[in-house]
Design a protein around this ligand. Structure first.
Ligand code: GLC
Length: 580
C-alpha cells in the first residue's frame, strides 16, 4: 500500500502539492515596487542540450556564446542556466563535487567569463543554479565526512548513528530504498532526500552555512545577478528524524522541509550575500501553503525575492490531462494571494517536466503551432515573472520513448523500479512515463534542418526529436506566423507595457469551459486577454463593462470580437487594448 502511495506521489511530483486554502488576508497595501527581476522575461537554458561546439555531443558555453544574438532576439532579459559545475553527473549536474569549478564538458572558467560578459553586453542578467540542499557524494566534504566520525566535515551532513538502531523510515524522492544509506567506515547512515549519490547538507551547522555563502559570494563577485535555490525548502529538517504518519508523503514539503529555522538561514543569507551584492534569489518551491510562500518572499521579511510553486504543473502529470476550471482556479487563487505583497514567478515547463505543448496544449501537427502560441501568450500576460524553457519559444514537443532501456534519467529509473516493486501494470506505467518523463524536455535544441538539428556535429547525448525538420529556429525565423516570431511579438508587448507586469489581474467568464479570459489593469491602462484552451470554436458574451479595443496580439487573422460577443477559433489567443 505504501509503495503504491509513494508511486502516486513520485508521479504527482518532486516537491510540491500546495493544499487548497483561502488566500491570507491582504497585508501591506502598497503598489508593487519596480524591480528588474519582476519586469524581465526569463529564459532557461539547459546547457547540455543547447548547442555543442566541440563535437562531443554535449552542449557547451561556447555554444551559448555562439547563440547570444539569438537569445537576445527573443526579447528576454534574464537567463537561468542549469548546473554546469564539476560533478559525476548522476543527476545531470544536480550533484555538485566542486561548487567553484566548471565541468570540462561545458568549457573553462574563461569561457564562462566570456559568456557572462556576452550576456552583460546585451543587458541580459544571469541567474546561477545553486544546489546546496545536497552535494555530490564525490564532494571532498562528503569524502572526508564518510571516512571518519572525527572528520571536520562529519557535521556537514546528516547522520543516524548505528548504535541508535535502525533509522526511522524516510522517504526519498529518487531512491525506492528510502532516504538513509549506511557507510561502514563511520558506522552510520547518511540522509539523502534525492538519490543515494546526493547526500543532504546539514544546514544546522553554521560552518556549512558560511561555506555556502562564500560560494555564493564567489559567483556574485564574478558578476552573476541572481541565484536559483535548488530544492531549498528541504534545507531545514527536524533533526530528530521522526517517523511520520502513514500517508504523510502527500504533503512531502510540510514534513520533510520548511522547518521554522529555514527563515533564520534565509535572513542570514540575505544579510551576507543578497543585500550586499544586490543580487536576487528565487526558490524552487514555495512551501506547502500560501502563507509559507509569503513567509519566503514578502519584501519586509528580507529572505528571498521570489519563488515558484508547483501546483499547476502537478495537475498535468498524467496523460489524463487537466481541467481548465482547475487551471484557472489555481492561477487565480495564487494571483490574488500575491496581489498586494510578495512576488512569484510563473512557468509552465522546465527541465523537470515534459514539454509545455504536450501537457497544456495540443501537440498534434494541426494544433501545435496555435496552441503553443496560446500558452506562451498566457505565460507572458500573467502577473509574476514569466519563465520560458528553451525550445518552448519554438513549440518543441515530447519525444516518443516507449522503452525503459532508452531512459538515462535517475528520476525515471527510480520511478520504474518503484513501479515494479509495487507490482504496477507496467504497460500503463510506461505510457505514463513516456508522457510525463522530464527527459522529454531535455532533448537537443532544434536549430535548423541539418543533421542533428544543427545541435552537434558528433553524436548527441540524447536523441534529437524526429520533428526537427519542421520545428527549428531557421524555419521559424523565416515564417512570420511561427511560434518563434509570435513569442518575440509577445515579449515585445510585455516589455513595452508595464500593465502586463504590474497590472491587476481579474478573471472574467469564470465558468467558461473553453475560454480563459482576464483583464489586466494599471491605472487607466487596461488590457483584455482571451484564450481558447480547446480544439474547437468557442463563443461567449463579454460582460458589458468589458469593451475590447485595438488588437495588440492575435495568433489568427480573424478578429474574434463583435460588440460584446466573441468567437474564438481553436487555441486562438488575443490581447486587446480595452476602451473605457
Ligand atoms: C531540483 C532540480 C532537479 C533535481 C533535483 C535534485 O528539483 O530541479 O532537476 O533533480 O532538484 O537536485
Amino acid at each position: 500500500m505504501r509503495n503504491i502511495l509513494l508511486l502516486i506521489l513520485l508521479t504527482a511530483f518532486l516537491f510540491g502539492c500546495s493544499s487548497r486554502e483561502e488566500p491570507p488576508e491582504a497585508q501591506v497595501q502598497e503598489p508593487a515596487e519596480r524591480k528588474w527581476w519582476k519586469e524581465g522575461v526569463l529564459y532557461q537554458i539547459y546547457p547540455q542540450s543547447f548547442k555543442d561546439t566541440d563535437g562531443d555531443g554535449f552542449g557547451d558555453f561556447r555554444g551559448v556564446i555562439e547563440k547570444l544574438d539569438y537569445i537576445e532576439s527573443l526579447g528576454i532579459k534574464m537567463v537561468w542556466m542549469n548546473p554546469f559545475f564539476e560533478s559525476p553527473l548522476i543527476d545531470n549536474g544536480y550533484d555538485v563535487a566542486d561548487y567553484r569549478a566548471i565541468h570540462p564538458r561545458y568549457g573553462t572558467m574563461a569561457d564562462f567569463d566570456e559568456m557572462l560578459a556576452g550576456f552583460k553586453d546585451r543587458d541580459i542578467r544571469f541567474v546561477l543554479d545553486v544546489v546546496v540542499n545536497h552535494s555530490s557524494d564525490q564532494h571532498p566534504w562528503f569524502q572526508s565526512a564518510s571516512s571518519s566520525r572525527d572528520s571536520e566535515y562529519f557535521n556537514y551532513y546528516h547522520w543516524w548513528l548505528a548504535e541508535n538502531g535502525d533509522p526511522p523510515y524516510r522517504y526519498s524522492l529518487f531512491d525506492p530504498e528510502g532516504g538513509w544509506d549506511y557507510v561502514e567506515a563511520v558506522d552510520a547512515y547518511y540522509l539523502h532526500t534525492f538519490a543515494e549519490a546526493q547526500p543532504d547538507l546539514n544546514w544546522e551547522n553554521p560552518e556549512l552555512r558560511q561555506e555556502v555563502y562564500d560560494i555564493m559570494k564567489f559567483w556574485a563577485e564574478k558578476g552573476v545577478d541572481g541565484f536559483r535555490m535548488d530544492a531549498f525548502q528541504f534545507a531545514s529538517k527536524d533533526t530528530t528524524y521522526p517517523e511520520f504518519p502513514e500517508g504523510h508523503e502527500k504533503d512531502f514539503i510540510k514534513w520533510y522541509g520548511m522547518r521554522p529555522q529555514l527563515h533564520d538561514y534565509l535572513k542570514e543569507m540575505y544579510a551576507e550575500v543578497l543585500e550586499p551584492f544586490d543580487v536576487f534569489a528565487v526558490a524552487e518551491g514555495a512551501g506547502s501553503t500560501l502563507q509559507d510562500a509569503h513567509d519566503l518572499v514578502d519584501a519586509d521579511r528580507k529572505e528571498l525575492q521570489t519563488a515558484y510553486h508547483f501546483e499547476y504543473v502537478d495537475m498535468s502529470r498524467t496523460p489524463a490531462g487537466y481541467e481548465l476550471a482547475d487551471f484557472k482556479e489555481v492561477f487565480t487563487r495564487w494571483d490574488s494571494a500575491f496581489a498586494e505583497n510578495g512576488w512569484l514567478a510563473v512557468f509552465l515547463s522546465n527541465h523537470d517536466n515534459s514539454r509545455l505543448v504536450n501537457r497544456f496544449g495540443n501537440a498534434d501537427p494541426e494544433f501545435r503551432r496555435v496552441s503553443t502560441q496560446m500558452l506562451n501568450t498566457f505565460l507572458l500576460t500573467m502577473r509574476g515573472t514569466p519563465y520560458t524553457y528553451y525550445g518552448d519559444e519554438l513549440g518543441m514537443t515530447n519525444i516518443d520513448m516507449p522503452e525503459i532501456e532508452e531512459y538515462v534519467d535517475i528520476d525515471a529509473i527510480g520511478k520504474y523500479q518503484t513501479a515494479l516493486k509495487a507490482g504496477r501494470d507496467m504497460e500503463d506505467f510506461m505510457e505514463e512515463l513516456n508522457y510525463s518523463s522530464r527527459e522529454n524536455g531535455r532533448t537537443p535544441m532544434q536549430w535548423d534542418t541539418t543533421e542533428n538539428a544543427g545541435f552537434t556535429t558528433g553524436t548527441p547525448w540524447k536523441r534529437v526529436n524526429d520533428n526537427y525538420r519542421q520545428i527549428n529556429v531557421a524555419v521559424e525565423d523565416a515564417d512570420p506566423n511561427s511560434v518563434l516570431n509570435h513569442f518575440r511579438q509577445m515579449t515585445r508587448l510585455r516589455n513595452e507595457n508595464l500593465v502586463l507586469v504590474y497590472g491587476e489581474y481579474d478573471l472574467i467568464l469564470d465558468d467558461h469551459e473553453q475560454i480563459y479570459a482576464y483583464t489586466r489593469s494599471l491605472d487607466e491602462d487596461k488590457m483584455l486577454i482571451l484564450l481558447n484552451f480547446s480544439d474547437e470554436d468557442a463563443d461567449a458574451s463579454l460582460p458589458s463593462s468589458i469593451v475590447p479595443g485595438e488588437i495588440l496580439y492575435n495568433n489568427y487573422d480573424s478578429n474574434p470580437a463583435e460588440g460584446s460577443s466573441v468567437l474564438l477559433r481553436p487555441y486562438q489567443a488575443v490581447v486587446f487594448q480595452m476602451n473605457e
